[in-house]
Design a protein around this ligand. Structure first.
Ligand SMILES: [Zn+2]
Length: 90
């Protein structure tokens, strides 16, 4: 799982962002990742398999200062909401 619906994502960004500059450096020029990443809950440093929600995000990085904004991949339409958790049996 890596690629996503970039048309949906770009339409979402254009509609919400409206060309505003980077809030950190005031410049901008954004680079959109071509992959979806996951945020998972922190469990004191130990890796916990199969528990807890995962938040899918698309990183958008300012090419001037490196400020990285993570946009939820489901809310932006980049990926469809999964119907059930991975690993579940029928
Ligand atoms: Zn910046």
């Amino acid at each position: 799982m890596a690629k996503f619906n970039s048309d949906n994502f770009l339409t979402h960004l254009k509609g919400k962002w409206e060309g505003r500059p980077c809030p950190l450096c005031g410049v901008g020029n954004w680079n959109i990742s071509d992959s979806v990443y996951e945020l998972r809950e922190f469990h004191g440093g130990g890796l916990v398999i199969g528990s807890g929600p995962i938040v899918p995000v698309v990183p958008v990085t300012c090419s001037n200062c490196g400020n990285t904004i993570m946009v939820n991949a489901i809310l932006s339409g980049a990926v469809e909401k999964p119907e059930k958790k991975e690993g579940q049996n029928d």
